[in-house]
Ligand binder design. Structure first.
Ligand SMILES: Cc1cc2nc3c(=O)[nH]c(=O)nc-3n(C[C@H](O)[C@H](O)[C@H](O)COP(=O)(O)O)c2cc1C
Length: 166
């Protein structure tokens, strides 16, 4: 509960590397997510080259934080593995959120950058990273050692809760 309730988007990082062990743990968290029919239709592209990260900013206008990220994980959906009529979107969302929570639990910081369904971002990443047509870039997660502290917010909103009927 603590990691979930204190997770906030972190967009400023100290330039420090993340160990391979931590990166593996984040991917374990991602792949532990639930998926429709347990199809696990995801792929993850780890990006740590500054030249590549700086190119992403040319087609994604809310991605300035990538220049200081230790690593960035691109979560992709493999449409050939999706036999549940588009539920790869929920599957990839669950994997993305699992990474964000794991990042927080480890005292690191991250932010989810939306990719799908924005055509220019999908095309930009496809070209930049040589992604095949059956694989859809879904979300980009910028991760690093936090250089900013975000406050905790309480978003619990009873007006959005309905019981037994609307
Ligand atoms: C689908 C999605 C797309 C997002 N895209 C961006 C983005 O492109 N750039 C960015 O800085 N933050 C992005 N965010 C982060 C949101 O701005 C952030 O989650 C929201 O403002 C709530 O703040 P919090 O994460 O600190 O709780 C995105 C979040 C989601 C879920």
């Amino acid at each position: 509960m603590e990691a979930i309730l204190t997770r906030r988007s972190v967009r400023k990082y100290n330039k420090k590397q993340l160990s391979d062990k931590i990166v593996k743990e984040l991917l374990e968290a991602a792949m532990s997510a639930p998926s429709a029919g347990n199809e696990q239709p995801w792929h993850f592209i780890i990006i740590d080259k500054p030249q590549i990260l700086s190119k992403i900013q040319t087609f994604h206008n809310h991605a300035k934080m990538l220049k200081d990220a230790s690593i960035t994980i691109l979560v992709c959906g493999d449409l050939n593995l999706d036999n549940h009529n588009g539920m790869w979107i929920q599957d990839c969302s669950a994997a993305t959120e699992n990474i964000l929570i794991a990042v927080r639990a480890k005292g690191l910081g991250a932010v989810w950058l939306g990719i799908y369904p924005r055509e220019e971002r999908i095309m930009g990443l496809r070209k930049l990273l040589n992604i095949p047509n059956n694989v859809m870039p879904f979300s980009l997660i910028s991760i690093g050692h936090p250089a900013e502290k975000q406050g905790i917010v309480d978003r619990y909103n009873p007006s959005r809760i309905h019981k037994n009927k609307w």
